[in-house]
Design a protein around this ligand. Structure first.
Ligand SMILES: [Zn+2]
Length: 48
């Protein structure tokens, strides 16, 4: 899992970096897939 260090704005694999806990980085790919999933669900609702 790729993490993001907000202290120095860089990606890392570590749980902690520069004395802060890192945040999980969500690659843009995931949000795009989620968007398509949303449209699929909407299309299904419109069909029914
Ligand atoms: Zn860092």
């Amino acid at each position: 899992m790729i993490k993001f260090c907000k202290s120095e704005n860089h990606y890392t694999m570590k749980e902690e970096c520069h004395g802060l806990r890192t945040k999980t980085a969500h690659p843009p790919k995931f949000s795009i897939e989620d968007k398509y999933g949303k449209y699929r669900r909407m299309a299904k609702i419109n069909k029914e």
